[in-house]
Ligand binder design. Sequence first.
Ligand code: PRX
Length: 646
Amino acid sequence: MSEASLPFNEKIIPIKTLGEEWERSIRNPHEFWAEKAKALRWMKTWDKVLDDSNPPFYKWFSGGILNICDNALDRHLTTPKKNKLAYIWEGEDGEVRSFTFYQLYREVNKLAKIFKNFGLKKGDRVAVYLPMIPELPITLLATVRLGGIHTVVFSGFSAEALADRINDCQAKILVTADGAYRRGKTVMLKDTADRALANTPTVEKVVVVRRTGQQVSMKEGRDYYYHDLMSKVEANAYVPPEPMEATDPVFILYTSGTTGKPKGVQHGTGGYLVWGYWTLKWGFDPKDEDIWWCTADIGWITGHTYNVYAPLALGVTSFIFEGTPDYPAQDRWWEIIEKHGITILYTTPTAIRMFMRYGEEWVNKHDLSTLRLLGSVGEPINPEAWRWYYKVIGKEKLAIIDTWWQTETGGFMIAPLSGLELVPLKPGSATKPLPGVQADVWDEKGQPSPISTRGFLVIKGPWPGMLQMLWRDPERYKQAYFSRFPNVYYTGDYAIRDPDGYFWLLGRADEVLKVAGHRIGTVELESELVAHPAVSEAAVMGKEDPVKGEVPVAFVVLRSGYSPSDQLRQQLVQHIRSTIGPIATPEAIVMVNKLPKTRSGKIMRRLLKAVLAGAALGDVSTLEDEASVEDIKATYEELRKQLEKK
Ligand code: PRX
């Protein structure tokens, strides 16, 4: 997003006046969070709200004991929520299944019993590789009921990516499906899982949900069909929820960073749940009559927090959808909203921009009058997309809750809060930090950036939803988040603060891309490309894209003996799809004679960015330790020509 185009002064619909909560949360965090944590059910109250004796390893609610599944399900059984719908699910083919809190509780207990019989104990890891079907949240809840730690691998990831994640956390059980539906076709999930399982010695049991009914290979003594197992468990099976320390890990979710290997972001039980509960309540204030639709796949953090733990803990009805937004037709989502009476829609700017392209006639065919609130997440929302969302979907009546946050933060961090203190909205700004969040914008030196000047977004103190660390890698945790500015959380994002104190998020400041809201490390792509026999060097950059925000473009230098061809380009694309997954597919692969480098051998990313943006090269003479100016100019011209040919 270009800074110049941001409508700093445009303000839309103030609903409530600013509250006192933020001030209070910073003045007295212990008292504040103790009060908030009481909204959950604890088996034993904490001894200390925040143990900050060993920063940056913060312990929230230490000494407290609770179980997340108990809070999500059991707790509602003595209330009128017992027979309320927890989930309404629609399959790609239009099939609908729904579960009350009680029915979900039954299913979860049955699966927990199966896991228990498999020998799953507190602290053991369960890997999950499933499409968006009800068995996915059921698996997560059954795991945490027993005190297990889940790691969900998005079903679009490759066998290699799945195996890496399973091996990193040494999962004992894998839950997958025979196949998945995608745009009317079946995807061979179990086949992919089998390829991963060939290299994952820790996995003892594999549970396979039958979704597509296709033939798959089942290994005797290791692989079991979910439905066969479930049909053998008594209907009233009950497994007591494991008493968990608030500081025990609840899940690991791998995400991309600036180094090659994905990071195993580890969240803790108590702090994470308190954060999920309150952020959803403050942000969207869901009521008993609401039907909440967060369109994220549960394979990502947004799905973990806002399709599973927060809405269940709040006793909210969630809608979950298996399919893609424009299949079989471009009005699928609007048809869903009309059919199920969705009241809150929480989605991504990429989806909004896609629908903008299709045109409002697809929207206007449907009655969207049940909607009362809209949300956005995952990438900066450009003011044009914001206005379209506001006008065409919200009919200029609904607030847009633009939530800035990350896998690491557990839940929303900067967002307008319709349940607390909704400030006037400005199209494209996520507005202000939530209670407990000390956000600031700093320059290179760690000084606050002047108002309206771009800098790095930092968080100056701990908050309950923050990651505990990276799985079994405390050093990398410190290095990745607390080394750029000592003891201050570095987000990796650029931001500006305007004269009203509003935050404008401007995308990543590091080598991480946001492609259609998915987080992809350029280094991951580069290492996979150079692992291919034809490639000697690679540099991957993000190129602006009108729908997806940005897309990866790879510049590669071939090894001798290989020459540029479309066939080789195809092979490299295929290589990325099979080693990382289709979400990382480069938009273009540009084969060049050499990459622009400084004298010390560093790739000049700025120059590559300029080429991609079609921008002028700019002043190269001021660059530190650069290669010869002539050389750089010549390389720039070559890259530009190659790109044009593409
Ligand atoms: O760059 C920011 C962008 O997404 C990154 C976090 O990605 P991930 O861990 O995959 O989590 C996505 C879902 C929370 C951030 O560093 N981002 C997320 N939400 C927004 C955003 N950028 C601008 N505005 C947002 N609302």
